[in-house]
Design a protein around this ligand. Structure first.
Ligand code: ADP
Length: 300
């Protein structure tokens, strides 16, 4: 588990991470989502103790990661796969990491097999494609068999096959009971990968919500009724939000079409239209950032 408490980071006069408080639970993939510059990488660096917070705290499995004697056994991280030294072979790179963390050599061959790099283990990593470099970075993250894994934008620049592979890998790691935090600036990617979603914008927490819940809130229902005023009151009473839609229709979010139909029936309101309208997740995110306070109230 990772726990952040009021985590804050400033660069010069600018606040990059602004009082973040949330936990990342084991056994699921938590998506860490926000536009470029939102503060995802800075947060991840602070979790790893690579950057010192200006306020608040972060613990990994209950303690400061900085004070962990053999860090690779506690947390595995893929930060920037391009920051690789190219002169060592893949195998030697991993053996060197293993040595400094008291990890047996045989684990190196295990992780090379796990990420599908056995055949190129004796090639210099500088000759690797982006996808192979990414696999090597993941091999390093897995080396210490850690219970907590961080992936910062792992699918950037990968081909569809590599993307699918990383998704399945993260799913498998979560299913083994590990804590998995993966960042992305692409909501479509999050939707396919994450069970839970932490959304930040300008360094602040915008939402901490289950993926299914988020998707539910991202789909509205277009409703036309004979007494829209009465229905609107009932819908709001049931926790939905109601906005004006096209041609005097209502757009209802927060309730499924079936629930709306039932409420209308109970209120004696006749419906002439009840049509689910799926927003794209990107649109949902735009709504979420626009009405972040309102949305959090709904989720809570
Ligand atoms: P993300 O990973 O979500 O794209 P970052 O954490 O990289 O966001 O950046 C958050 C903000 O902090 C940005 O405005 C960025 O310019 C700034 N920032 C990040 N690292 C540094 C640094 N080392 N020095 C100065 N500013 C930084």
């Amino acid at each position: 588990m990772i726990a952040l408490e009021g985590l804050t980071k400033r660069y010069g006069g600018k606040t990059a991470v602004d009082g973040l408080t949330f936990t990342v639970e084991p056994g699921r993939v938590t998506g860490f989502f926000g536009p470029n510059g939102a503060g995802k990488s800075t947060t991840m660096r602070m979790i790893l103790g690579l950057d010192r917070p200006d306020g608040g705290s972060v613990t990994v499995n209950g303690r400061d990661y900085v004070n962990v004697p053999l860090p690779m056994r506690e947390v595995g991280a893929l930060l920037d796969a391009r920051a690789l030294h190219g002169t060592r072979t893949a195998r030697n790179h991993l053996r060197w990491l293993a040595h400094t963390n008291a990890i047996p050599d045989k684990r190196v061959d295990e992780v090379l097999r796990l990420v599908g790099l056995e055949s190129v283990a004796r090639k210099r990593s500088g000759t690797f494609s982006l996808g192979m470099g990414q696999r090597l970075g993941i091999a390093a993250a897995l080396l210490g068999d850690p219970k907590v894994l961080l992936f910062d934008e792992p699918v950037n620049g990968l081909d569809p096959e590599g993307i699918k592979w990383i998704r399945e890998l993260m799913r498998g790691l979560a299913d083994e009971g590990r804590t998995v935090l993966v960042s992305s600036h692409l909501m479509s990617e999050m939707a396919l990968t994450a069970d839970h979603l932490v959304v930040i914008g300008r360094g602040r927490l915008i939402a901490d919500v289950g993926m299914r819940e988020f998707v539910r809130h991202s789909s509205g229902v277009l409703v036309r009724a004979d007494d829209q005023e009465l229905l609107t009151a009932r819908l709001i009473g049931a926790g939905a939000s109601v906005e004006p839609g096209p041609e005097a229709a209502l757009i209802v979010t927060g309730l499924a079409a079936g629930e709306i139909g039932k409420l209308a029936m109970e209120a004696g309101v006749a419906l002439s239209e009840l049509t689910p309208q799926r927003l794209s997740l990107e649109e949902a995110y735009m709504n979420l950032t626009r009405d972040s306070i309102e949305y959090q109230a709904v989720v809570a």
